[in-house]
Design a protein around this ligand. Structure first.
Ligand code: FAD
Length: 633
């Protein structure tokens, strides 16, 4: 144990005593970095009282080392230099808590991804870099305030927006977990797009039966309130305490707006079908060119008779299906959408939906000639490839066109068939083919619905493909950047029914976990305003992306009324955009203050860890704790 030699003091007047723990991470770190040298270098820091290295800091004995030092050696700040904080930051915070220390008096330094893994060929350099990163961590933790989670009261109720299969599945799952649900559907009936489908792949159930079954569960549940012909027109508040205004236009004027208090909101507004541009493969110019959803509807209404397949009152003896219409578009080949960009994403469901439809044509009208024109076939689901194999065996002819040369259609005047599709087939030697057809079916992709008014209510995050965007596709797949607002189904991107319902179950579980207790605990890393420094200029407000997180208000200060920034800690995400534009340095993000950043930069560029002597570095020790936020809106 080293004696600290510093003027940095705790609020109690005790010296700040930092424990530094350098992890080998098996050999992930120590095969490249000299961990003993890092620990020895940090021991020279004036605020470091203990500095050790160990094989696995995250193991029980590793955590016990820290806990023992906190108790026996009066360590009051901890730095762990190890793998990624996403893996073990919480593990170590809990260890501090078990030892009786505020869990935020802790800094995690990633010397695996940021040093050993990226500098494998330079052991000395990686070790030098690790020393500087850990020294920066020590400088930061020395200036760390005690923090406490933000506590928010909870409404055990969820608003689900959209009554397709995803919205209905989410509603049933939420109600089954004991939560109240308001299901808001814009249309006059529940079911969404699936209600329009005949048999659905891969189960071959009727879309209508599937929807009916879910509708029965929704309508039969005492905890679910269904609001048809309704939309969300107001979305105030924050996770745990949203105030949602639902407008039912068909209601009497005084009853149109209904306020629902909810702890979470699930968005399940689904998708729209891509509408081909005028002239795209002949669309809009010839009645012989239709979209896949329109063809499916026509097929459903077409009786199996000796007259054969009839579409819009015309015989269809030869049908060409063209894949990827409105999906996987290429700049320069396809016309851009309204936002100036092409739809370069894959709509995922249309390949299987097309082959599934081809199989229906083949089984009901075996005399019809079927041609399948694709650039690729992506039947990605379990068992979906069977539709391709079966269609091929039953006589469908498959041609593969080059990405940059989509097939064209020319209507004939007075010929035997309605027209000719011209394509080049790269499955052979690039042969150019002219296919006589009565009908061209365009496998149109999925595009996001126009829910701009809903998005604008909370600046919901939208991806480059214009679908709603999750925080992380693997780690937080149904959460948006706005805490408590979750996603389910095809509003997030192309999905089949199975995937949409799985996403809905995930969102329901996420909401149920959030609302399981009377209060939610949020991380305290939010903006904090120093009222004495704030000059009320409002630049921070202009930068804040999170509706309601920051406002300007008149407050009483030293007997006078002054205007300054006020943060709602339940709505702030701690992005720091406000702090970055505040010239008087009146705003700081708790746990990431500007003073901490300055000190870290100084440590990184310092020549020698031992030279990092401090004077009065913790003169203004604070204890940041927010009251439980439980007020309504
Ligand atoms: C041609 C085609 C064929 C397909 N065939 C199959 C198949 O055979 N098998 C399969 O697994 N998948 C198939 N799919 C995919 C399937 O359609 C989707 O997976 C499914 O519809 C997604 O359900 P959802 O609830 O997310 O969205 P949707 O079905 O689009 O439902 C969304 C609901 O939200 C409502 N809504 C929209 N905006 C608002 C708003 N602002 N406020 C309130 N309510 C709103 C809508 O009215 C709608 O009821 C097919 C897709 C296409 C394009």
């Amino acid at each position: 144990m080293t004696e600290t030699n510093t003027s940095a003091l705790e609020p109690s007047g005790d010296p700040v005593r930092v424990g530094v723990y350098v992890c080998h991470c098996g050999g992930n770190i120590s095969d490249v970095i000299d961990t003993k040298a890092v620990a020895a270098a940090l021991a020279a820091h004036p605020n470091v009282a203990v500095s050790n290295d160990y094989m696995f800091m995250c193991s029980d004995p590793g955590q016990a080392l820290i806990i023992d030092d906190i108790k026996a050696n009066h360590i009051n700040r901890v730095v762990v230099a190890a793998c990624s904080p996403t893996l073990h930051e919480i593990t170590f915070r809990k260890a501090l808590q078990r030892a009786g220390l505020n869990p935020y008096l802790f800094e995690y330094v990633n010397i695996r991804e940021q040093a050993s893994w990226v500098h494998k060929g330079d052991h000395e350099g990686a070790t030098r870099k690790a020393v500087r990163l850990v020294a920066a961590g020590v400088e930061k933790v020395v200036r760390q305030d005690e923090l406490f989670p933000i506590k928010v009261g909870v409404e055990p109720h969820v608003v689900v927006v959209g009554g397709g299969v995803a919205g209905m599945s989410a509603a049933v799952a939420l109600a089954g977990r004991g939560l109240g649900v308001t299901l808001v559907e814009k249309g006059v009936a529940l079911g969404g797009r699936v209600a329009d489908l005949d048999r659905v792949y891969p189960t071959e159930e009727r879309g209508a039966d599937l929807v009916q079954d879910l509708t029965r569960q929704v309508e039969g549940h005492s905890r679910i309130d269904v609001r048809l012909g309704s939309e969300v027109v107001g979305l105030d508040g924050h996770v745990g305490k949203f105030a949602v205004t639902v407008r039912t236009s068909s209601a009497a004027p005084d009853d149109q707006d209904h306020l629902v208090r909810a702890g979470a909101v699930v968005i399940a507004t689904g998708f729209d079908h891509y509408k081909p541009a005028q002239g795209e493969h002949g669309f809009g110019e010839s009645p012989a060119v239709v979209t896949l959803p329109d063809f499916q509807a026509a097929l459903r209404q077409c009786p199996a008779s000796r007259r054969g397949l009839q579409v819009n009152g015309r015989p269809a003896r030869s049908v060409a299906f063209i894949h990827c219409v409105g999906s996987r578009q290429i700049d320069g080949v396809h016309a851009p959408q309204a936002d100036g960009k092409v739809n370069d994403y894959c709509s995922r469901t249309c390949c299987t939906a097309t082959l599934h439809t081809i199989r229906q044509v083949q089984s009901r009208f075996p005399d019809v000639d079927v041609y399948d024109l694709h650039k690729d076939i992506r039947t990605y689901g379990r068992g979906h490839e069977a539709y391709y194999e079966d269609a091929s065996r039953a006589g469908a002819l498959f041609f593969r066109f080059p990405d940059e040369e989509p097939p064209t259609f020319a209507a004939s005047t007075g010929g035997e068939y309605a027209g000719t599709v011209t394509t080049r087939d790269i499955l052979t030697w690039g042969e150019e083919l002219e296919i006589p057809v009565d009908l061209v079916v365009l496998a149109t992709g999925m595009v996001p619905r126009d829910i701009a008014s809903l998005i604008d209510l909370r600046k919901l995050p939208v991806g480059a493909d214009r679908f709603l965007q999750e925080v992380h596709p693997k780690l937080r797949p149904v959460e948006t950047g706005v805490a408590g607002i979750l996603l389910a189904g095809a509003c997030q991107g192309p999905m089949d029914i199975n995937e949409a319902c799985t996403a809905a179950q995930t969102a329901a579980v996420k909401a149920a976990i959030l609302l399981a207790n009377p209060t939610i605990e949020l991380d305290p890393f939010v903006a904090v305003v120093d009222g004495e420094r704030c000059d009320g200029c409002g630049k921070c407000l202009a930068e804040c992306e999170y509706v309601g997180a920051l406002t300007m208000a008149d407050v009483e200060q030293a007997g006078a009324t002054v205007r300054h920034a006020v943060v709602n800690p339940a709505m702030c995400v701690g992005c720091g955009a406000c702090a970055a534009v505040c010239s008087p340095r009146a705003i700081n993000v708790a746990g990431w203050t500007l003073d901490q950043f300055d000190a870290m930069v100084d440590a990184i560029i310092a020549e020698d860890v031992g030279a990092l002597a401090h004077t009065e570095c913790r003169a203004g020790v604070r204890h940041i704790e927010f009251a439980v936020i439980s007020g309504g809106n």
